[in-house]
Design a protein around this ligand. Sequence first.
Ligand code: GLU
Length: 552
Amino acid sequence: MSNEELGEFLFPKIEKTPKYYLENYPKREIKKQSKVVRYAPSPTGFQHIGGVFAALINERIASQSEGVFILRIEDTDQKREVEGAIYDTIETMKHFGMDFNEGVTGEGEEIGGYGPYKQSLRKEIYQTFAKDLVKKGLAYPCFCTQEELNEVREKQTSIKVTPGYYGEYAKCRNLSLDDIKSHIEKGHNFILRLKSPGDIENRVEFHDLIKGDISFPENNQDIVIIKSDGLPTYHFAHAIDDYLMKTTHVIRGEEWLSSLPIHVQLFQVLGFDAPNFAHIPTIMKQDGDAKRKLSKRKDPESAVSYYKEQGYPVESVTEYLLNIINSNFEQWREENPDISYKEFPVSLEKMSKSGALFDIIKLNDVSKNIIAKMNSDKVYDLYIEWTKEFDKESYDLAVKYEEKLRKVFNIDKEGTKPRKDFEKWSDVKEKIFYFFDELFYLKGIEDVELPKNMNLDEAKNIVEEYIKIFDINGDNNIWFENLKSFALKLGYAGDRKTFKKDPENYKGMVSDVAGVIRSSITHRTNTPDLYTIIQIMGKEKVEERFKRFLNL
Ligand code: GLU
C-alpha cells in the first residue's frame, strides 16, 4: 500500500482536497495596513478578565487598522466544554462593546464569509488537510496505548533524555503499511501524528511583536494532529484556521509561546505562510512580596461577572485594561480628557514583555475619574440599570425619588473640581443614604460622625441655636455669611487664620459649626456641598432633621 492509498484508507469519507478549501478562502479585500485578528476562546468556563484583556487588544488592533476582528470558538476539547460558556463569551463581548466583524453570534448562528467559526464544525476541513499530509508521507497513524506511552516516558526519565514521541521513541513512525492495515482491521483506535522533519540541533530565529527577537530549537516531536475522536489538536486547528481565515496577527496568551516551535513547523509542513505573532503577558497580581497569576479560585476579581456585580461602569474596566496594555495610556488620557478611549492608538510594541500587574486600587482610581466625567443623567441611568439587577431596595428608591436623585447626582458636577466620590455603583447607597428617610432613619446615634474635637452636647447646642435663625432662602453666599455671623456669636472664629492666631480666644472656627450642621442632617462629616444638600432636601426636611438630632 502506498502513502496515497493509506490516506484513502484512513479517511475514506473525505472527498475534498486542500485545493478546494484554499480556493474557498480567498485573499481578503482589505487595505494594506488592515490587520485581521481573532479572539479564540475555548468554551471551558466563564469569561475571565484575562480573556477580556486579550479580546480587547485584538479588537483595538483590528478596529484602529480598519481590519477584521473574528470571534472563533475553539471547542475541539469537547470533554471540557461547559454549558453556557459560548453564550457567556458572546454576551461579554457585547457588554464591553467589542463588536466582532465575523464569528459565532449564537446557537448555530454566525456572521462572516470565512467560517464556520466554531471548530467542531470544521472537522471535515482539518481531516482534508490531515489526509493530504498522510498522502505526502508527512503524517502517520499511531496505535500506541496510554500504557505504552507511559512506559516510554518512564524509560526516558530514567536515562535522562527529553521525554516525548520522537526519533527512536516514535514507535509507530516506521510501521509498515501492512501493519497499519492490520491494526485498523482489528478495530484499533488511532491518532494521527506529524512526521516531524525537525532537528533540535537547528535553531529557529523568530520575531515576536511583543517579546521581540527570540530563538528556539526546531521541534522534533511527532506531535498529535488529529485525536482519536477525529477532531484536531489545538496546534493543527490553529495552523489551518489562521491560514484559511487569513489572520495577519495571532495575538494570544504567552502560555502558547512554548508551542511556537510546533506552530512554525506546522505552517511550513502545510506549505502556508505563517502570520505575525504577538504573545501577550499573563495578568498577575501582587500577593505580599510575590507576584502570582490571577487565580480563578482565589481572586473574585478574576471573573468578569465581578465587575458587573460591583457596579463598575464598563468604560472603567476597559480603560483600566488599556492602562495595563500600554502604560502611556494614563498620560494620553490626561492630555485628552474628553475623547473616547477608541482614539488611543494601542501598540503591541509598547506592551510590557513580562507579567501585566493587576491592581484594584488603580481600577478604582480610573473608575472614579470616569464617573466624575459623566453628567448626572448618565449617572442616574447607569445607576438605575445596575440597581435593577443587583440592589432592589435602592432601585425602588431611585425610581420613587427620580427627580431628587438626579439633583443629588448633579451636586458638585459642574466646575473645575467635579466630585469624585463614586468608584462603582455599589458605593452610591452609602454615600447618599441621608437623602432618603427610608435609609436615614434606620441609623442611630452610633452612626453619627461629628467634626474632630466636637462633643455631642456642644453640637446639640449649636443646632438648637441654629434652628432659630435658619433661613433656606438666599444664595450660597448669603447663606454662608449668615452661618458665619452665627458662628461668631457663638464664639467661633470666622476663618482659620483668625483662629490659628489666637486659638485660646475661640471655641473653634466656622468650619466646625458648618460641620455640625452637616452632621446633624446627614450624619456625615464629609459630603458634597452642604448648601446644595440643604436646597435639595428643602426647609421642612432640614428642620425635621435638626429636631431629630436634638433628640438623639
Ligand atoms: N483556544 C485557545 C485558548 O483559549 C486560544 C489561543 C489562541 O488565541 O490561539 O487558550
